[in-house]
Design a protein around this ligand. Structure first.
Ligand SMILES: N=CN[C@@H](CCC(=O)O)C(=O)O
Ligand SMILES: [Zn+2]
Length: 428
């Protein structure tokens, strides 16, 4: 039995397990002041005031060993969830930052054969074990920032064997690392150079060869596509996502990131689980997403790193679109594992409130990856994924920005980071 004792705040984010929180619900964190949480095995057994928690422990411990973690002056939240990453790749692309600072745009770099295609070359050349080693370090960093579950997309293989290699690396790490990974197939991340003159042929390879192979091996739950001018058209994107659906892969879409391209509209039309980026989404697209309950996964770190205006989170929340947040961890447009910093940016650059930002990184993020029945809130019976932040309240977490306040991380009932120190065998 594990007893987190006397926290300044236990921020449960309860009440959203059936449907994502929208509008003013995103503000409702259901905070317990002077709270306690009790974990039995890997499950949350009790959450309430510390007095109630102490009574629960007395009544239920029954001679069992009780490990107590003191949380005085601290804030306890659900484990943070990142619903959009491209974490499995080889190498890095720091030279592109210098190019962009000298005036090149992200899309110009891609169109010249760099960007995603640069990472694809490195990922194709890497062995599965090399990919696992590089990705493991990134997962270690996610964990020290309080992130206990992430979504992970393929899309740096861009040919069958290498897409499968990425997804198998993700599956291996899901079983081998404390962070849980939920996989998405994104063979349609870019058109590889060998199909530059015939992108439709590549679309056919994605739909007729890659999707069936990924589905048959059970390597992904979702299918995603980069629907963007100069990458995949809305028509090609629809074809790919419908092929995914036929094979049981639920649709997600990179939409309206660089230019308005009717991606939000397409997400609503095909009933996507989520549409991601949305920096240039149209008003009609936002309305359509709200009507269909499509989750907006917003990535303010990407706008920050690409030095451009972020998505209009306020408009989306006011329209009733459920909003989630993510790092977008990838080597080109967002090389960070700090989801807490993304929450800071959501407040400081998109005017989300501290409460909305936390909802967006917990229960709404859980819905975006189909896990809201098990994670995303502190409720009895849910998986014991919890974080203790060295902050007296949620507002403080967003105010003391760009600093890692994560102190202790409980994953499946085990303190994998305890007072800032890893307790599991890790890469470094
Ligand atoms: N925009 C497309 N894909 C990624 C970036 C991938 C990369 O640059 O390597 C994103 O979500 O930002
Ligand atoms: Zn992305």
């Amino acid at each position: 039995m594990l007893y987190i004792k006397n926290a300044a705040q236990v921020v449960t984010v309860s009440g959203g397990s059936k449907a994502p929180k929208i509008g003013s619900e995103m503000e409702q964190l259901n905070v317990i002041g002077n709270g306690g949480v009790v974990v039995e095995g890997d499950i949350i057994a009790f959450a309430g005031t510390d007095q109630e928690a102490a009574d629960y422990v007395e009544q239920h411990a029954g001679g069992k060993d009780v490990k107590v973690i003191l949380a005085e002056g601290k804030t306890v939240t659900p484990g943070l969830i990142d619903p959009h990453t491209h974490v499995v790749f080889a190498g890095s692309r720091e030279h592109e930052l210098a190019l962009r600072l000298r005036g090149a745009t992200y899309m110009e770099i891609l169109q010249a054969g760099g960007g995603i295609l640069n990472s694809a070359n490195k990922t194709r050349a890497a062995s599965e074990s090399q990919l696992i080693g590089e990705t493991r370090k990134r997962l270690d960093r996610f964990l020290v920032h309080g992130v206990t579950t992430i979504e992970a997309k393929s899309g740096y293989g861009l040919r069958l064997a290498d897409e499968l290699k990425q997804l198998r690396a993700a599956r291996f790490l899901h079983n081998d690392h404390p962070v849980d990974l939920v996989s998405t197939f994104m063979g349609a991340h870019a058109v590889p150079p060998e199909y530059k003159s015939d992108p439709d042929k590549y679309v056919r390879i994605v739909t007729e060869e890659m999707i069936p192979a990924v589905a048959k091996e059970g390597l992904a739950e979702y299918c995603d596509v980069f629907c963007e001018e100069g990458v995949f058209t809305p028509g090609q994107s629809k074809t790919i996502l419908e092929a995914g659906l036929k094979w049981g892969l639920k649709p997600k879409i990179h939409a309206d990131e660089i230019v308005p391209y009717r991606g939000a509209e397409l997400a609503a039309e095909i009933g996507a689980v989520s549409a991601e980026h949305l920096l240039r989404a149209s008003d009609a697209g936002i309305r359509a997403m709200a009507e269909k309950g499509v989750i907006a996964v917003l990535l303010p770190g990407t706008a920050f790193f690409l030095m451009t205006k972020p998505a209009d989170a306020r408009k989306m929340i006011e329209a009733g679109v459920p909003v989630a947040l993510s790092t977008d961890r990838n080597p080109g447009s967002s090389p960070t594992e700090s989801l807490p910093f993304i929450m800071n940016l959501a407040c400081l650059t998109m005017r989300m409130t501290p409460a909305e930002a936390l909802t967006a990184c917990t229960i709404n993020a859980a819905h975006a990856i189909g896990r809201a029945d098990r994670i995303g809130s502190i409720e009895v019976g849910k998986q014991a994924d919890l974080v203790i932040f060295d902050a007296p309240n949620v507002e403080y977490m967003q105010y003391h920005y760009a600093v890692n306040l994560t102190e202790t991380v409980i994953k499946n009932g085990v303190a994998v980071i305890l007072n800032g120190k890893r307790t599991y065998a890790c890469a470094r």
